[in-house]
Design a protein around this ligand. Sequence first.
Ligand code: IMP
Ligand code: MG
Length: 194
Amino acid sequence: MTVPGVAGRTLLEADELSSIVRRFGQAISADHPDGIVLVGILKGSVCLIADLAREISVPCAVDFLALSAYGAGGARIKLSKDLEADVAGRDVVVAVDIVDSGLTVSYVRRLMNERGARSTDVCTMLDRRPRRLLPVDLRYVGLEIGDEYVVGYGLDFQERYRNLPMLVVVEPDTLRAADGGPDDPDEDEGDSRV
Ligand code: IMP
Ligand code: MG
């Protein structure tokens, strides 16, 4: 499938994403017979959460966290939307689109620990280790990638392309040019971290 305005290499097709998510669901269900709280980190995890929740065969509550970055270079993270679920004593599986620096996942893991979760496992579609700043323990990983920018299946570039059904490697400069260039006033804010 070609996508208008997106010149890139397809990393994972929709059917490949489906089989990865099916494997995630089977493994998570086998590892957590008592059930889980499945926590999606908005907005990048929307596609993964919707698909993954349907592949889980143990009791599964679905909840969401939203985070925003602040400080120099977006190096600090704060909660902008909290969970509704009480995770104390429960097994939490955190679903994310991609683990990059590791800041997001580290923040969420610490938060779950503080709130008394019995366990916290991370499930990520993509693992981009070359850019890691903090060491993180990832239990369920779809694909390891190199230092390349990816859109689709929940991942955005300036809030676009989350709705692509596949994952595509792109050159952000190409997308910026396709969007009208840096003179476009709507495009100057840059991409949010999460
Ligand atoms: P972290 O650096 O591990 O905290 O990742 C923060 C977030 O940045 C991820 O959850 C994504 O939403 C976003 N992100 C990182 N790399 C990419 C990318 O290649 N494309 C789109 N979003 C990304
Ligand atoms: Mg983003």
